[in-house]
Design a binder for this molecule. Structure first.
Ligand SMILES: C[S@@+](CC[C@H](N)C(=O)[O-])C[C@H]1O[C@@H](n2cnc3c(N)ncnc32)[C@H](O)[C@@H]1O
Length: 286
C-alpha cells in the first residue's frame, strides 16, 4: 500500500470513530491523537475506553430534567481532567447552560486545564485547586450538583467525593475507586483482638490479605453507606480498562429512600470487622 492510500485509509477510519463536532485539538492535547492528528493502536484503545465510560455518564445526564440541558457535574481528583474535557466536548459544548467543575489538588494540573479550556473556548468549565473535602464548602460551587464523578481519586478522596455528593444532593455518583488504605490500617490495628475473637480474622491475618480485604471491604461499606443514605447502587466492571487494576465502577442513583436495612448491615459489618470507630468519622449515618 503506498503512503497516500495509507493516509487516506487512516483518515477514513478516524472519521468513523469521531463523534460529530468532536474537537480534534482536544484529542491531540489528551494524546489520544498524534500531533499529526492520527490514531495509533494504543490511542484507538484509549479512545474506546473513554467512550465506554462516557456512555455510562451520558445516559445519566439525559435522565436529568430537560435531558440534562442545565446539568452540573463535578469531577473529583480530576488529574489532567481528560474525563471532564471529554464529557464537556461530547455533551456540554452543545448546550447554552450547565457547568463542569474539575477538583484537583495539584496546582500545575489545575493551571494547565484552565489554559486548555480557555484555548478551546470551553467557557462552562472551571478548575478548582481544592481538596475534595474542601470543595464541599467552597463558595465557587453551587449548593446542588447533578452528577459527581471520581475516577481513580486516590485513597479516601472517593469517600470525600461521596460526602460531597450527599451534601450536594447529587442525582448520580459515578465512582471508580482507587487503592484505599484507611480500612486496612484500622484492620491492622485491631488484628490481634480480631484473631482471638473470630476465625474470620484469618481473612486478613497476612499483610497482603489485610490490604486486599481492606480494599474490597471499603467498597462494600461505601455501597451500603450510599444505600443507607438514599441511593440505589449498581456495581459493575469498567470493561476494557486494561491499563488499571482498579476497574470497579460504582453507580449510585438518588432515590431519596434511605434503606434502613443497609444502615443495619453497615453497622453490623463494621462491628464484625472491629471498625465501629468509622461510624463516627467516615460512615456517618443520617
Ligand atoms: C490517579 S489520578 C486520577 C486522575 C484522573 N481522575 C484520571 O483518572 O485520569 C488521582 C488524582 O487525584 C488527585 N487527588 C488525590 N487526592 C485528592 C484530594 N483529596 N482532593 C483532590 N484531588 C486529589 C491527585 O493529585 C491526582 O491528580
Amino acid at each position: 500500500m503506498n503512503k497516500t492510500v495509507k493516509v487516506a485509509k487512516a483518515e477514513a477510519e478516524l472519521q468513523e470513530i469521531l463523534r460529530p463536532g468532536q474537537s480534534i485539538e482536544l484529542l491531540k492535547e489528551l494524546h489520544i491523537l498524534t500531533r499529526e492528528g492520527r490514531l495509533n493502536q494504543d490511542s484507538r484503545r484509549k479512545l474506546k475506553q473513554v467512550y465506554h465510560l462516557f456512555q455510562f455518564i451520558e445516559k445519566l445526564l439525559r435522565e436529568l430534567p430537560e435531558g440534562g440541558a442545565r446539568a452540573t457535574l463535578a469531577d473529583h481528583g480530576a488529574g489532567k481532567s481528560y474525563l471532564g474535557f471529554i464529557i464537556y466536548d461530547l455533551f456540554f459544548k452543545a448546550l447554552k447552560d450547565g457547568h463542569v467543575y474539575g477538583i484537583e489538588t495539584w496546582p500545575e494540573l489545575v493551571e494547565k486545564s484552565r489554559t486548555l479550556a480557555k484555548r478551546l473556548g470551553f467557557d462552562h468549565m472551571s478548575f478548582l485547586n481544592l481538596t475534595v473535602a474542601e470543595s464541599a464548602h467552597a463558595p465557587e460551587l453551587p449548593p446542588k450538583i447533578d452528577i459527581v464523578t471520581a475516577l481513580h481519586a486516590c485513597d479516601t478522596a472517593t469517600d470525600d467525593a461521596i460526602a460531597f455528593g450527599l451534601a450536594k444532593e447529587a442525582g448520580f455518583m459515578v465512582l471508580v475507586p482507587c487503592c484505599q488504605a484507611e480500612v486496612a490500617a484500622c484492620l491492622r490495628e485491631t488484628k490481634a483482638i480480631a484473631l482471638s475473637r473470630t476465625p474470620l480474622a484469618e481473612l486478613w491475618r497476612h499483610p497482603l490479605h489485610t490490604r486486599e480485604i481492606g480494599s474490597q471491604l471499603t467498597n462494600v461499606l461505601r455501597c451500603l453507606y450510599l444505600e443507607a443514605s438514599g441511593y440505589q447502587v449498581t456495581v459493575t466492571e469498567l470493561v476494557g480498562w486494561e491499563h488499571s487494576m482498579k476497574n470497579e465502577l460504582i453507580i449510585a442513583r438518588r432515590t431519596g429512600h434511605a434503606k434502613a436495612s443497609a444502615a443495619e448491615r453497615l453497622k453490623s459489618l463494621l462491628g464484625e470487622f472491629g471498625l465501629a470507630s468509622l461510624l463516627e468519622t467516615r460512615f456517618c449515618l443520617p
